[in-house]
Design a protein around this ligand. Structure first.
Ligand SMILES: Cc1c[n+]2nc(N)[nH]c2nc1OC(C)C
Length: 324
Protein backbone atom coordinates (compact mmCIF):
# COMPACT_ATOMS: atom_id res chain seq x y z
CA UNK A 1 0.00 0.00 0.00
CA UNK A 2 1.34 3.46 -0.92
CA UNK A 3 2.50 5.82 1.77
CA UNK A 4 -0.32 8.24 0.89
CA UNK A 5 -2.88 5.47 1.31
CA UNK A 6 -1.36 4.63 4.68
CA UNK A 7 -1.54 8.27 5.79
CA UNK A 8 -5.17 8.50 4.65
CA UNK A 9 -6.18 5.27 6.41
CA UNK A 10 -4.46 6.34 9.61
CA UNK A 11 -6.15 9.76 9.56
CA UNK A 12 -9.58 8.15 8.98
CA UNK A 13 -9.05 5.73 11.86
CA UNK A 14 -7.94 8.56 14.18
CA UNK A 15 -10.84 10.82 13.20
CA UNK A 16 -13.40 8.01 13.70
CA UNK A 17 -11.94 7.31 17.15
CA UNK A 18 -12.23 10.97 18.18
CA UNK A 19 -15.77 11.25 16.74
CA UNK A 20 -16.70 8.24 18.93
CA UNK A 21 -15.07 9.69 22.04
CA UNK A 22 -16.80 13.08 21.52
CA UNK A 23 -20.25 12.11 20.19
CA UNK A 24 -20.92 8.70 21.73
CA UNK A 25 -18.95 8.65 25.00
CA UNK A 26 -19.21 12.43 25.56
CA UNK A 27 -15.53 12.20 26.53
CA UNK A 28 -13.34 14.12 24.01
CA UNK A 29 -9.61 13.35 24.24
CA UNK A 30 -8.43 16.26 22.05
CA UNK A 31 -9.56 19.88 21.63
CA UNK A 32 -11.86 20.70 18.68
CA UNK A 33 -8.98 22.63 17.06
CA UNK A 34 -6.87 19.47 16.92
CA UNK A 35 -9.80 17.48 15.46
CA UNK A 36 -10.28 20.20 12.79
CA UNK A 37 -6.55 20.14 11.96
CA UNK A 38 -6.62 16.36 11.39
CA UNK A 39 -9.87 16.65 9.40
CA UNK A 40 -8.43 19.28 7.05
CA UNK A 41 -5.23 17.26 6.69
CA UNK A 42 -7.33 14.31 5.43
CA UNK A 43 -9.45 16.62 3.24
CA UNK A 44 -6.30 18.02 1.58
CA UNK A 45 -4.83 14.54 0.96
CA UNK A 46 -8.12 13.37 -0.58
CA UNK A 47 -8.30 16.47 -2.79
CA UNK A 48 -4.78 15.70 -4.06
CA UNK A 49 -5.80 12.03 -4.58
CA UNK A 50 -9.56 11.98 -5.33
CA UNK A 51 -9.33 8.37 -6.53
CA UNK A 52 -8.66 7.43 -2.88
CA UNK A 53 -11.90 8.99 -1.57
CA UNK A 54 -14.29 6.40 -0.09
CA UNK A 55 -17.97 6.88 0.74
CA UNK A 56 -17.33 6.14 4.45
CA UNK A 57 -14.50 8.63 4.85
CA UNK A 58 -15.20 11.15 7.67
CA UNK A 59 -14.89 13.91 5.05
CA UNK A 60 -17.89 12.57 3.05
CA UNK A 61 -20.70 13.60 5.40
CA UNK A 62 -22.28 16.37 3.39
CA UNK A 63 -23.84 15.26 0.08
CA UNK A 64 -23.15 17.15 -3.13
CA UNK A 65 -26.42 18.34 -4.57
CA UNK A 66 -30.04 18.61 -3.44
CA UNK A 67 -32.26 15.71 -4.48
CA UNK A 68 -35.48 16.28 -6.45
CA UNK A 69 -37.50 14.24 -3.96
CA UNK A 70 -37.24 11.28 -1.61
CA UNK A 71 -37.40 7.71 -2.91
CA UNK A 72 -39.65 5.34 -0.99
CA UNK A 73 -38.10 2.54 1.06
CA UNK A 74 -40.04 -0.51 2.25
CA UNK A 75 -39.00 -1.66 5.72
CA UNK A 76 -38.09 -5.38 5.67
CA UNK A 77 -39.38 -5.46 9.27
CA UNK A 78 -42.30 -3.07 9.90
CA UNK A 79 -41.49 -0.18 12.26
CA UNK A 80 -44.37 -0.65 14.65
CA UNK A 81 -45.76 1.90 17.07
CA UNK A 82 -46.15 1.42 20.82
CA UNK A 83 -49.22 0.92 22.98
CA UNK A 84 -49.58 3.78 25.50
CA UNK A 85 -50.14 3.85 29.26
CA UNK A 86 -51.24 7.03 31.05
CA UNK A 87 -51.40 5.83 34.66
CA UNK A 88 -49.81 3.39 37.10
CA UNK A 89 -53.00 1.30 36.85
CA UNK A 90 -52.40 0.88 33.11
CA UNK A 91 -48.85 -0.23 33.83
CA UNK A 92 -50.13 -2.78 36.35
CA UNK A 93 -52.55 -4.02 33.66
CA UNK A 94 -49.62 -4.25 31.17
CA UNK A 95 -47.72 -6.32 33.74
CA UNK A 96 -50.74 -8.55 34.39
CA UNK A 97 -51.10 -9.27 30.67
CA UNK A 98 -47.45 -10.29 30.58
CA UNK A 99 -47.86 -12.44 33.69
CA UNK A 100 -50.93 -14.18 32.21
CA UNK A 101 -49.09 -14.99 28.97
CA UNK A 102 -45.71 -15.89 30.44
CA UNK A 103 -47.08 -17.52 33.60
CA UNK A 104 -44.26 -15.78 35.48
CA UNK A 105 -44.56 -13.01 38.06
CA UNK A 106 -43.44 -9.62 36.69
CA UNK A 107 -41.43 -9.06 39.86
CA UNK A 108 -39.10 -11.78 38.67
CA UNK A 109 -38.77 -10.12 35.27
CA UNK A 110 -36.16 -7.63 34.10
CA UNK A 111 -37.34 -4.59 32.14
CA UNK A 112 -35.24 -2.21 30.07
CA UNK A 113 -36.52 1.32 30.73
CA UNK A 114 -35.75 4.22 28.41
CA UNK A 115 -36.73 7.86 27.96
CA UNK A 116 -39.16 8.21 25.03
CA UNK A 117 -37.44 10.82 22.87
CA UNK A 118 -39.69 13.31 21.11
CA UNK A 119 -38.11 13.33 17.65
CA UNK A 120 -38.38 11.40 14.41
CA UNK A 121 -38.02 7.61 14.25
CA UNK A 122 -35.48 6.48 11.65
CA UNK A 123 -33.97 3.24 10.37
CA UNK A 124 -30.25 3.14 9.47
CA UNK A 125 -28.75 0.21 7.55
CA UNK A 126 -25.06 -0.77 7.75
CA UNK A 127 -23.63 -3.33 5.32
CA UNK A 128 -20.25 -4.77 6.29
CA UNK A 129 -20.00 -1.91 8.76
CA UNK A 130 -20.64 0.89 6.24
CA UNK A 131 -23.72 3.15 6.40
CA UNK A 132 -25.54 2.44 3.12
CA UNK A 133 -29.14 3.57 3.65
CA UNK A 134 -31.43 5.44 6.02
CA UNK A 135 -35.20 5.91 6.02
CA UNK A 136 -37.93 7.63 8.01
CA UNK A 137 -40.49 5.43 9.78
CA UNK A 138 -43.20 6.72 7.45
CA UNK A 139 -46.39 4.68 7.97
CA UNK A 140 -44.42 1.84 9.53
CA UNK A 141 -44.29 -0.17 6.30
CA UNK A 142 -42.67 2.33 3.91
CA UNK A 143 -40.63 5.45 4.65
CA UNK A 144 -38.62 8.08 2.78
CA UNK A 145 -35.00 7.57 1.77
CA UNK A 146 -33.12 10.19 3.83
CA UNK A 147 -29.68 8.59 3.52
CA UNK A 148 -27.90 11.78 2.41
CA UNK A 149 -29.41 13.76 5.28
CA UNK A 150 -28.76 11.13 7.93
CA UNK A 151 -25.09 11.08 6.87
CA UNK A 152 -24.79 14.71 8.04
CA UNK A 153 -25.88 13.90 11.63
CA UNK A 154 -22.52 14.13 13.41
CA UNK A 155 -23.06 11.42 16.06
CA UNK A 156 -24.11 8.79 13.49
CA UNK A 157 -20.95 6.89 12.41
CA UNK A 158 -20.45 6.41 8.65
CA UNK A 159 -18.61 3.21 9.53
CA UNK A 160 -19.06 0.91 12.56
CA UNK A 161 -16.10 0.85 14.94
CA UNK A 162 -15.38 -2.86 14.74
CA UNK A 163 -12.93 -5.02 12.78
CA UNK A 164 -15.55 -7.70 12.16
CA UNK A 165 -18.86 -5.97 11.38
CA UNK A 166 -22.00 -8.03 10.62
CA UNK A 167 -22.92 -8.37 6.92
CA UNK A 168 -26.09 -6.39 7.64
CA UNK A 169 -27.22 -4.43 10.69
CA UNK A 170 -30.30 -2.21 10.85
CA UNK A 171 -30.25 0.27 13.73
CA UNK A 172 -33.48 1.99 14.75
CA UNK A 173 -33.77 5.07 16.88
CA UNK A 174 -34.81 8.67 17.18
CA UNK A 175 -33.32 11.80 15.61
CA UNK A 176 -34.06 14.83 17.78
CA UNK A 177 -32.97 18.45 18.25
CA UNK A 178 -31.72 19.44 21.72
CA UNK A 179 -33.38 22.52 23.25
CA UNK A 180 -30.23 24.70 23.06
CA UNK A 181 -29.76 23.99 19.35
CA UNK A 182 -33.47 24.61 18.74
CA UNK A 183 -33.40 27.99 20.53
CA UNK A 184 -30.29 29.07 18.56
CA UNK A 185 -31.82 27.94 15.25
CA UNK A 186 -35.00 29.95 15.91
CA UNK A 187 -33.01 33.00 17.00
CA UNK A 188 -31.04 32.88 13.74
CA UNK A 189 -34.25 32.36 11.73
CA UNK A 190 -35.84 35.39 13.41
CA UNK A 191 -32.74 37.50 12.74
CA UNK A 192 -32.93 36.52 9.06
CA UNK A 193 -36.68 37.08 8.88
CA UNK A 194 -37.17 33.38 8.13
CA UNK A 195 -39.90 31.15 9.56
CA UNK A 196 -39.28 29.69 13.01
CA UNK A 197 -40.16 26.18 14.16
CA UNK A 198 -42.94 25.60 16.68
CA UNK A 199 -41.02 22.98 18.66
CA UNK A 200 -37.83 20.85 18.50
CA UNK A 201 -39.71 17.86 17.08
CA UNK A 202 -40.97 19.84 14.10
CA UNK A 203 -37.49 21.34 13.68
CA UNK A 204 -35.92 17.86 13.61
CA UNK A 205 -38.52 16.56 11.13
CA UNK A 206 -38.16 19.63 8.93
CA UNK A 207 -34.36 19.39 9.00
CA UNK A 208 -34.35 15.70 8.05
CA UNK A 209 -36.77 16.27 5.20
CA UNK A 210 -34.69 19.01 3.60
CA UNK A 211 -33.93 18.19 -0.05
CA UNK A 212 -30.52 19.87 0.30
CA UNK A 213 -28.16 17.93 2.66
CA UNK A 214 -26.07 21.09 3.07
CA UNK A 215 -28.98 22.63 4.99
CA UNK A 216 -29.49 19.47 7.07
CA UNK A 217 -25.76 19.49 7.82
CA UNK A 218 -26.11 22.92 9.47
CA UNK A 219 -28.90 21.76 11.80
CA UNK A 220 -28.05 20.59 15.38
CA UNK A 221 -29.49 17.07 15.11
CA UNK A 222 -28.68 14.17 17.45
CA UNK A 223 -29.42 10.44 17.07
CA UNK A 224 -30.04 7.90 19.84
CA UNK A 225 -30.57 4.22 18.99
CA UNK A 226 -33.29 2.24 20.77
CA UNK A 227 -33.52 -1.09 18.92
CA UNK A 228 -32.10 -3.35 16.28
CA UNK A 229 -34.11 -4.21 13.15
CA UNK A 230 -32.84 -6.74 10.59
CA UNK A 231 -29.45 -8.37 11.09
CA UNK A 232 -27.37 -10.82 9.05
CA UNK A 233 -24.24 -12.40 10.46
CA UNK A 234 -24.51 -10.63 13.82
CA UNK A 235 -23.94 -12.64 17.00
CA UNK A 236 -26.18 -10.63 19.35
CA UNK A 237 -26.49 -10.89 23.17
CA UNK A 238 -29.72 -12.40 24.59
CA UNK A 239 -31.18 -9.23 26.19
CA UNK A 240 -32.24 -5.82 24.86
CA UNK A 241 -30.06 -3.92 27.37
CA UNK A 242 -26.94 -5.88 26.37
CA UNK A 243 -27.77 -5.29 22.69
CA UNK A 244 -27.86 -1.52 23.32
CA UNK A 245 -24.49 -1.83 25.09
CA UNK A 246 -23.15 -3.72 22.08
CA UNK A 247 -24.45 -1.00 19.72
CA UNK A 248 -22.62 1.62 21.79
CA UNK A 249 -19.42 -0.48 21.69
CA UNK A 250 -19.48 -0.43 17.86
CA UNK A 251 -19.98 3.34 17.70
CA UNK A 252 -23.77 3.80 17.80
CA UNK A 253 -24.96 6.46 20.32
CA UNK A 254 -27.45 5.27 22.94
CA UNK A 255 -29.26 7.43 25.51
CA UNK A 256 -27.42 7.71 28.84
CA UNK A 257 -30.59 7.55 30.99
CA UNK A 258 -31.46 3.94 30.03
CA UNK A 259 -31.68 1.60 33.04
CA UNK A 260 -32.44 -2.03 33.89
CA UNK A 261 -35.39 -2.36 36.28
CA UNK A 262 -36.48 -5.46 38.24
CA UNK A 263 -40.25 -5.74 38.50
CA UNK A 264 -43.09 -3.23 38.40
CA UNK A 265 -42.12 -1.07 41.37
CA UNK A 266 -38.65 -0.32 39.95
CA UNK A 267 -40.26 0.48 36.58
CA UNK A 268 -42.56 3.02 38.28
CA UNK A 269 -39.61 4.45 40.21
CA UNK A 270 -37.74 4.95 36.91
CA UNK A 271 -40.77 6.72 35.41
CA UNK A 272 -40.92 9.16 38.34
CA UNK A 273 -37.16 9.72 38.33
CA UNK A 274 -37.16 10.60 34.61
CA UNK A 275 -40.26 12.77 35.09
CA UNK A 276 -38.38 14.71 37.78
CA UNK A 277 -35.30 15.06 35.52
CA UNK A 278 -37.37 16.04 32.49
CA UNK A 279 -36.99 19.85 32.80
CA UNK A 280 -33.18 19.55 32.92
CA UNK A 281 -32.49 16.86 30.31
CA UNK A 282 -31.85 19.47 27.59
CA UNK A 283 -34.08 17.65 25.09
CA UNK A 284 -37.79 16.84 24.81
CA UNK A 285 -39.19 13.51 25.90
CA UNK A 286 -42.87 12.56 26.12
CA UNK A 287 -42.64 9.62 28.51
CA UNK A 288 -40.67 6.47 29.07
CA UNK A 289 -40.60 3.13 27.23
CA UNK A 290 -40.74 -0.10 29.25
CA UNK A 291 -39.53 -3.26 27.53
CA UNK A 292 -39.24 -6.86 28.63
CA UNK A 293 -35.46 -7.27 28.59
CA UNK A 294 -35.05 -10.94 27.58
CA UNK A 295 -35.33 -11.32 23.80
CA UNK A 296 -36.63 -14.89 24.21
CA UNK A 297 -39.56 -13.55 26.29
CA UNK A 298 -40.17 -10.75 23.76
CA UNK A 299 -40.47 -13.43 21.07
CA UNK A 300 -42.89 -15.47 23.22
CA UNK A 301 -45.03 -12.37 23.81
CA UNK A 302 -44.97 -11.21 20.19
CA UNK A 303 -47.07 -8.33 18.87
CA UNK A 304 -50.69 -7.25 18.89
CA UNK A 305 -51.65 -6.14 15.37
CA UNK A 306 -49.70 -2.90 15.43
CA UNK A 307 -47.72 -2.88 18.66
CA UNK A 308 -45.61 -5.32 20.65
CA UNK A 309 -47.12 -7.05 23.69
CA UNK A 310 -43.74 -6.85 25.31
CA UNK A 311 -43.33 -3.09 25.35
CA UNK A 312 -45.37 -0.05 26.31
CA UNK A 313 -44.82 3.71 26.33
CA UNK A 314 -45.74 5.25 29.67
CA UNK A 315 -46.46 8.84 28.67
CA UNK A 316 -46.33 11.99 30.82
CA UNK A 317 -49.51 14.05 31.20
CA UNK A 318 -49.64 16.67 28.43
CA UNK A 319 -47.61 19.70 29.53
CA UNK A 320 -49.75 22.77 30.18
CA UNK A 321 -49.46 24.97 27.08
CA UNK A 322 -46.59 27.44 27.31
CA UNK A 323 -48.04 30.89 27.97
CA UNK A 324 -45.91 33.12 25.77
C1 LIG B 1 -41.43 2.69 18.60
C2 LIG B 1 -40.38 2.69 19.68
C3 LIG B 1 -39.97 3.87 20.27
N1 LIG B 1 -39.04 3.78 21.26
N2 LIG B 1 -38.45 4.77 21.99
C4 LIG B 1 -37.58 4.15 22.81
N3 LIG B 1 -36.79 4.78 23.71
N4 LIG B 1 -37.61 2.82 22.63
C5 LIG B 1 -38.50 2.58 21.64
N5 LIG B 1 -38.88 1.41 21.08
C6 LIG B 1 -39.81 1.47 20.10
O1 LIG B 1 -40.23 0.34 19.51
C7 LIG B 1 -39.61 -0.90 20.03
C8 LIG B 1 -40.55 -1.47 21.07
C9 LIG B 1 -39.33 -1.81 18.89
Amino acid sequence: MTDIQNQINQLRKTLRHHEYQYHVLDNPEIPDSEYDRLFHQLKALEQQHPELITVDSPTQRVGAKPSAGFAQITHELPMLSLDNAFSDEEIYAFMKRIQDRLMSLPDNLEFCCEPKLDGLAVSILYENGVLVQAATRGDGMTGEDITLNIRTVRNIPLQLLTDNPPARLEVRGEVFMPQAGFDKLNEEALAKGEKTFANPRNAAAGSLRQLDPKITSQRPLVFNAYSIGITQGADLPPTHYERLQWLESVGIPVNSEIRLCNGTEEVLKFYRAIQAKRPNLGYDIDGTVVKVNAISLQERLGFISKAPRWAIAYKFPAQEEMTV
